[in-house]
Design a protein around this ligand. Structure first.
Ligand SMILES: [Zn+2]
Length: 78
């Protein structure tokens, strides 16, 4: 299994932190994050084609340790 731990801002997570774009150079940041998202998607598809199970843990999910542990435990048992 490939487990990614993604920063919400850099990888454009669909959460409050991920939706934040710096006030300066909005176009630059929007394009940059879009490119990161597209690259992440390609990476995920490539790994899946090679037979990897892929799971993304988001930065914002790291705060709740109990839930994170339960989620990873469940993934390992699949
Ligand atoms: Zn997030």
């Amino acid at each position: 299994m490939a487990l990614f731990v993604n920063g919400c801002f850099w990888h454009g997570h669909d959460c409050q932190r991920g939706a934040r774009i710096p006030k300066n150079n909005v176009e630059y940041w929007t394009k940059k994050i879009e490119r990161n998202r597209a690259r992440d998607k390609e990476t995920l598809i490539s790994l899946q084609k090679l037979g990897w199970r892929v799971h993304v843990v988001w930065e914002c999910e790291l705060k709740d340790h109990e839930r994170l542990q339960a989620d990873i435990q469940a993934l390992m048992e699949e």
